[in-house]
Design a protein. Structure first.
Length: 471
């Protein structure tokens, strides 16, 4: 479920990014196109305006000419000269504008407009020059002929200007239509992309809500299951505690009756009967040891809190455990090497004594007959981040690493998990035991928020134990 959720979220994120990129690219291209079309519309309007200015200026020049012919007043000549200067600038502006977005027919009309404008200016200059000459019999005829030729040229300019403006007006209408259509299409596309983005977001949001609800239901079921398991474990531990505690007295009576029977009636019993009595006594003793270990195991479950924890020297624990086993150590000619420097730790002293007592007993027990036990206990201080299986909250905590090694028969690594199970025995016929010792060790280490595991070694057995130094 978690993997599917992550895949869906990654896909949604990828689609969302693509949609946002598409919106950005489309918006950029649309704005660029709209700006280009707006510039085209502005350009057409400017061409129309400048063309109208050219026609108007030429009319001003013609009015200045006519006024001077009628009045011979130099004021009208000034009007003509100003119009002529403006006309040159305006014609150059029209030529530049039509060259920006060239239309072949418009460029041809502009060239013709230049030609007619120069021709009309020449006519006006001829008329003004003729008007300044002395009067002659044919004066009126010459002036009239020049004025008619100028009128024909001016009519051609008007027709050409109208054609130029009509074409620009058509281009203006077409460009405005394209701009409006593109604006409408852009709005539709942006709306569709936005709607798609909203649908993707809505789908992702709905999926996340369903996932959260499903996880909440799963967490509730998990909490209920954990509570049921804890209650079941507590009931089982309580049952095991009660059974192991209440079976002690009947078992002692069974041993007592068996011992009395063996002592008082040993002569009367046959050999096979005495053999069965010995087997019964041995089995009762094993059962008593098993019940005692089981009682200790269940009592550890009841001591899961840290109220009994305190700071003490771990080396004192080693010393006490070795002293308690001193008789057996001497009988087996065993050697025990251990670090005697001060090693403060926070924990339950009695439980750690029980832990190392079981490890020491195992090292003294599981040894070949022709070999003297050699046991070493070494301690090191390290950070939690150096422990591969430490939790994130323990990475900044200091730990004591205890390496407990012997030269015994060893344990195959394939049993590294099995040996810490309750009632697990790898050699049930060769060595005595109850199969509870290492399970007790595992529970004690776990009670201290530590770790214990079987390490690989060439000979014997090596346990690595990690215990936090402080709370």
């Amino acid at each position: 479920m978690r993997k599917r959720t992550l895949q869906f979220l990654h896909t949604t994120l990828a689609v969302t990014v693509l949609l946002l990129l598409s919106v950005g690219v489309f918006t950029f291209r649309s704005l660029s196109r709209l700006i280009e079309q707006s510039n085209a519309v502005s350009h057409t309007n400017e061409v129309l305006f400048q063309t109208e200015e050219v026609i108007s200026t030429m009319k001003d020049a013609e009015l200045g000419q006519r006024g001077f012919l009628l009045t011979h007043d130099s004021v009208f000549l000034a009007t003509y000269e100003l119009a002529t200067q403006q006309l040159v600038h305006q014609l150059n502006t029209v030529d530049s504008l039509t060259n920006i977005r060239p239309q072949p027919i418009q460029r041809q009309r502009v060239r013709r407009l230049f030609h007619f404008a120069r021709q009309r200016d020449a006519h006006i200059k001829q008329i003004l020059a003729a008007s300044l000459q002395p009067a002659s019999p044919d004066y009126d005829l010459r002036i009239t002929a020049l004025v008619k030729r100028g009128k024909v040229t001016m009519d051609s300019i008007r027709i050409l200007g109208d054609s130029l403006q009509n074409t620009e007006k058509f281009l203006l209408a077409e460009r405005i239509h394209q701009k409006d259509r593109f604006s409408a299409n852009t709005l539709v596309m942006l709306s569709l992309i936005s709607l798609l983005a909203v649908m993707v977001f809505s789908g992702a949001f709905y999926f996340l809500i369903q996932e959260v609800k499903q996880r909440q239901n799963y967490e509730r079921q998990l909490k209920k299951t954990v509570a049921d398991l804890q209650r079941t474990n507590q009931d089982l531990e309580q049952f095991a505690y009660v059974v192991s505690h209440h079976l002690q007295e009947p078992l002692r009576k069974l041993q007592t009756f068996g011992n009395r029977l063996s002592q008082k009636h040993a002569v009367e019993l046959k050999d096979n009967a005495r053999f069965l009595m010995e087997r019964m006594s041995s089995t009762a003793h094993q059962l008593q040891t098993l019940l005692a270990d089981l009682l200790v195991y269940t009592e550890l479950g009841h001591q899961a809190g840290t109220s009994s924890f305190k700071v003490f020297d771990l080396s004192e624990v080693f010393q006490k455990v070795i002293m308690d086993q001193e008789t057996e150590i001497q009988e087996l000619h065993a050697t025990v090497e251990w670090d005697q420097q001060r090693c403060p730790i926070w924990g339950n002293m009695d439980q750690l004594e029980l832990l190392f007592s079981h490890l020491l007993q195992n090292s003294l027990k599981f040894v070949p007959e022709n070999r003297s036990p050699q046991i070493s206990i070494h301690t090191f201080v390290l950070q939690g981040k150096e422990i591969p299986f430490a939790t994130r909250s323990q990475r900044s905590v200091q730990f004591i690493k205890i390496i407990f090694t012997d030269n015994g028969i060893g344990i195959a690594l394939e049993y590294r998990d099995k040996i810490f199970g309750l009632f697990q025995r790898l050699h049930p016929t060769d060595y005595t035991g109850t199969g509870v010792g290492l399970a007790l060790c595992k529970r004690i280490v776990k009670h201290h928020n530590g770790y214990i595991h079987l390490a690989d070694t060439a000979t014997g057995t090596s346990f690595h134990i990690y215990l936090p130094i402080s709370n």
